[in-house]
Ligand binder design. Structure first.
Ligand code: FAD
Length: 284
């Protein structure tokens, strides 16, 4: 189905103007839009928890998958999960089936497709630790492909070989575990997030990537930028790598704040921070 949509209504940052060509697609009709998708630029949107859309909107097509299947194969010790499944729901599904090692997803408000693309992670775990393979629709060939984990070349918050491909589902390892361990990990992870991250306000998680050499939040904090703000978008006082927007703020202000913080950290430490959040559409 094609819709006209205000992008600020469908992302965690609540930024963005209009998109006239927003396609919500199911697994059954994925092939029906071949021509539409081949004629314009496309952006594939999951839960919108890692993106900031331009205040001017988006001129191409936005493809929003609605793939919600979820099945557990006991004998193969694997779960096949649709790309649109919400990550905390997947963590709870694992817990309810006494399956271990998905507790790290409990506080990440994205979809499986977004987690594959971004190699989402927390507490030392990454999505790539549990992926066996990914099923994807190739927008160039209009074929469905199975990509093995090795073909996706995962690294910190990144994957390869998924450009112009819609993730349909992921097949994940699913091993039985101790229910007490699963429960206690979930509890710990929820408590840790509450303690360290700003809650229930507009943001998209970490703005910059960390590396093994530094924590972006620490560099921003040591640069004296906690609380610094531009037109309603502010470096969180609780966690310096979270930039919080107030109601009605603009993504252009986030863009300016990100550029400013990057410049200050670069001048002070000679380190060029790399963005983890994605700016989509026109910014200058
Ligand atoms: C409060 C908060 C806390 C967060 N904490 C963490 C954290 O601890 N760790 C972490 O890694 N991230 C974290 N994030 C960021 C974000 O939730 C993750 O990056 C998540 O994986 C993004 O998923 P999404 O569905 O929202 O993707 P979107 O933001 O919609 O898109 C992100 C990217 O994935 C692509 N994509 C999405 N779906 C598909 C698909 N089906 N096929 C192909 N490509 C697709 C998009 O094109 C885009 O390139 C946090 C965000 C918030 C708001």
């Amino acid at each position: 189905m094609k819709y006209k949509i205000k992008l600020s209504n469908i992302t965690t940052y609540k930024f963005g103007g209009y998109c006239d060509s927003f396609y919500k697609i199911s697994e059954d009709d994925i092939g029906s839009f071949k021509e539409v998708f081949s004629n314009r630029e496309n952006f594939i949107l999951g839960k919108g928890s890692n993106v900031a859309f331009s205040d001017d909107g988006y001129e191409g097509n936005i493809i929003n998958p609605n793939f919600n299947s979820l099945t557990y194969n006991d004998s193969l010790s694997e779960v096949r999960v649709g790309a649109s499944v919400f990550l905390p729901d997947l963590a709870r599904y694992y817990k309810n089936n006494n399956l271990v090692n998905m507790e790290f997803l409990i506080g990440i408000p994205g979809s499986v497709g977004g987690a594959v693309k971004m190699n989402a992670g927390a507490y030392g775990w990454e999505f790539s630790d549990v992926i066996k393979s990914v099923e994807a629709y190739n927008l160039e060939t209009n074929n469905i492909e199975i990509l093995l984990k090795e073909e996706l070349n995962f690294s910190y918050r990144s994957s390869e070989n998924l450009d112009r491909k819609i993730v349909i589902s992921a097949t994940l390892s699913a091993d039985k575990g101790d229910p007490n361990l699963i429960r206690s990990r979930l509890k710990e992870n929820i408590a840790y997030r509450k303690k360290t991250q700003p809650a229930a306000i507009y943001n998209a998680g970490s703005v910059f990537k960390n590396t093994k050499d530094y924590s972006a939040g620490e560099l921003i904090d040591k640069s004296g930028l906690k609380g610094y703000s531009i037109d309603g978008v502010k470096v969180s006082n609780k966690h310096a790598n979270f930039f919080i927007a107030s109601k009605g703020a603009h993504s252009s202000s986030l863009y300016k704040l990100v550029s400013h913080v990057k410049e200050v950290v670069d001048n002070k430490y000679g380190i060029s921070l790399e963005k983890e959040i994605m700016f989509i559409g026109k910014f200058d």
